[in-house]
Design a protein around this ligand. Structure first.
Ligand SMILES: Cc1cc2nc3c(=O)[nH]c(=O)nc-3n(C[C@H](O)[C@H](O)[C@H](O)COP(=O)(O)OP(=O)(O)OC[C@H]3O[C@@H](n4cnc5c(N)ncnc54)[C@H](O)[C@@H]3O)c2cc1C
Length: 569
């Protein structure tokens, strides 16, 4: 097949805060360098026209971006000291912080807000809007932005050096045949490719396997954040108010917690995080979120309000121990796909932007040296090591692991780490004991069998006012995929689903997917059920790729532009 090749200098894959911050910083470094030489303020050769591209699988920049979000502005301020004057879309400075412990019926307010959850000086933002705005700033600085361009494959030379990325083909039907609108993907060749795909990047997965980037590291672990925007009838919840909760509905063995952030115009943003290293195969993170809303404190807050948006996305939680090697020949990893999120604070926007900026500084030096080998790009690791990212992440390096031993030991360890600067001992001294899918236990471990599959959420009803089923929620994520294309969720052996998985785990994909993508349906008169994949519902959260107990689900990018539209999220 004939493919177009586009020669770029640097290609950033994924238009998230990490890559947009990186692309903008790089464009500026190059421009300032050349101007300084032209004005005689600096010696050396100008770099001339450096072609920088950002490709994004979503239909627009921000369409697939979902976050809390309370943003620590530290990195944005370094990138753009006058971001407020330049019109950064900020909902509100944080004005009030609350921390609540929820029992089934009560909400107990902690007299002090734990230091990691203090948000004074930070901003409530819609990350969807903030990234769209950063995208505009990049374009003003001369960066080429290509939405609807999923990075489908890495390009390597004969010595396994990364030389760019191939974008996905368009116009293939569900049988794999070319349609009349067929367009082959483009080979974007670059001196450096920067992967900023967010959690569980599909290219990062390929690359890490091929180049062994995870060798000697702990397995990465994740959480799943499920979120809705609600419009309230009055200003009962102030703009700028931040509430975090612990406790109900998570059981004491499952990592989880809620948030409620007050945005402008009586909109609140409410969500629940569940650790994707839970044991009970019957757990359903979407149902946990619905139960969270049924708590009397939350239900009262939402009474008379209207749910207007829905979304779900995974969060990297493994911290320093699980961080892969972040550079190789011709390639750098930034943001969540490199594991830079601080899971104790549930904050990764600032570290994502900062890592993008450090990647830009590394690439700038590489352009000056005309050397894109891993020896030169290793500078990135050094810059990260010397930056405040490392100081911050070192202090919380053992935060998540201890929650494997239950909520109370987890909290005790978090408190201890606060005093020891992150040090922990024995079983707590690691990111995680095992990857999340291995943490899931078989039905038999819990004594469940056959007809008890529905038992964990027996009392949960979807009333369409406070609680919603997955399909209604997916409608509010404005998800669109052309149905006449091959499914982008590759299940390598569907026979396992009908046999071993049904018996051993009760097909947990039906529960851990927050978008009703996986459904077990009657298989004619065979007396068993088969897997049906409703891929057009997919919100690109990647939970299935992470949590499938047999690791036979492979999430790949669908045709460009498909997926959710997280406007205002
Ligand atoms: C529910 C939730 C709540 C959170 N709350 C907070 C908070 O309050 N404060 C905070 O600081 N952080 C928070 N975070 C974390 C924060 O959102 C992330 O750390 C941050 O967005 C990471 O930025 P990134 O650029 O690395 O990746 P992302 O923001 O995930 O962006 C990645 C982009 O790459 C695109 N992409 C992926 N693969 C490809 C491909 N192959 N080809 C083309 N494009 C691709 C995606 O579509 C996406 O647009 C939260 C996260 C979640 C999920």
């Amino acid at each position: 097949m004939e493919r177009e090749t586009l020669e770029m200098d640097v290609v950033f894959v994924g238009a998230g805060p990490a890559n947009l911050g990186g692309a903008l910083h790089l464009a500026r470094l190059v421009r300032e360098h050349d101007e300084a030489i032209a004005e005689g303020k600096k010696e050396g050769k100008p770099l001339g026209s450096i072609e920088i591209a950002v490709i994004e699988k979503g239909a627009t920049v921000g369409a697939h971006i979902l976050s809390g979000a309370v943003m620590d502005p530290r990195a944005l301020r370094e990138l753009m000291p006058d971001f407020e004057a330049q019109g950064a879309p900020l909902e509100s400075p944080v004005k009030e912080d609350y921390f609540l412990y929820l029992t089934e019926k009560r909400a107990i307010r902690s007299p002090i807000t734990p230091p990691p959850l203090k948000n004074h000086g930070y901003f409530i933002v819609s990350l969807n809007r903030l990234t769209a705005w950063l995208g505009e700033k990049c374009e003003e600085a001369g960066v080429n932005i290509f939405p609807e361009f999923p990075g489908a494959e890495m390009l390597y030379d004969e010595e396994d050096r990364v030389v760019g990325v191939r974008t996905g083909d368009k116009g293939i039907d569900k049988e794999g045949k070319r349609k009349s609108n067929f367009e082959p993907g483009v080979d974007l060749r670059a001196k450096v490719t920067v992967l900023g795909e967010g959690p569980r990047g599909s290219l990062v997965k390929q690359l890490s396997q091929r180049l062994n980037l995870n060798e000697g590291r702990e397995p990465q672990v994740y959480s799943l954040g499920i979120k809705e925007l609600w419009e309230l009838p009055d200003d009962r919840y102030h703009t700028g108010r931040v509430t975090h909760t612990l406790g109900y509905p998570s059981d004491a063995q499952t990592y989880g917690g809620g948030w409620i952030y007050g945005m402008q115009n009586r909109i609140i943003n409410i969500g629940y995080v569940t650790g994707l290293d839970y044991g009970d195969p019957l757990l359903d993170p979407h149902a946990e979120f619905q139960k969270f809303k049924q708590h009397p404190f939350v239900a009262r807050l939402l009474e008379g309000g209207k749910m207007i948006r829905y979304g779900a996305k995974t969060i990297v939680a493994g911290g320093l121990h699980a961080m892969p090697q972040i550079y190789a020949d011709g390639v750098l990893l930034v943001g969540d796909c490199a594991g830079f999120l601080n899971s104790q604070r549930l904050k990764g926007i600032h570290t994502a932007i900062k890592s993008g900026m450090l990647a830009a500084e590394t690439i700038f030096e590489a352009l000056l040296a005309n050397d894109f080998s891993k020896n030169q790009l290793k500078l990135y690791e050094q810059l990260v090591g010397e930056s405040w990212i490392m100081t911050e992440l070192r202090k919380v390096r053992n935060f998540h692991a201890a929650f494997r031993h239950g909520r109370w030991l987890g909290l005790a360890n978090a408190g201890l780490q606060f005093l020891t600067g992150g040090r922990a001992w024995g079983i707590f001294d690691r990111a995680s004991a095992e990857p999340g899918h291995e943490a899931m236990r078989k039905l038999s471990t819990y004594g469940y069998h056959g007809d008890q599959i529905e038992q964990r959420y027996n009392g949960l009803r979807f009333d369409g006012k406070l609680t919603f089923n997955k399909l209604t929620d997916v409608y509010h994520a404005s998800v669109k995929h052309d149905e006449d294309q091959p499914a982008h969720l590759h299940v390598l052996d569907t026979n396992i689903c009908s046999t071993r998985c049904a018996e051993e785990y009760g097909n947990p994909c039906q529960r851990f997917c927050p978008a009703a993508v996986y459904e077990m349906v009657e298989d004619g008169n065979k007396g068993r059920r088969r897997l049906q994949i409703n891929f057009s519902n997919c919100v690109h959260c990647k939970t299935c790729d992470i949590m499938d107990p047999y690791q036979i689900i492979n999430w790949v990018t669908p045709e460009g532009g498909g997926g959710p539209d997280y406007k205002g999220m």
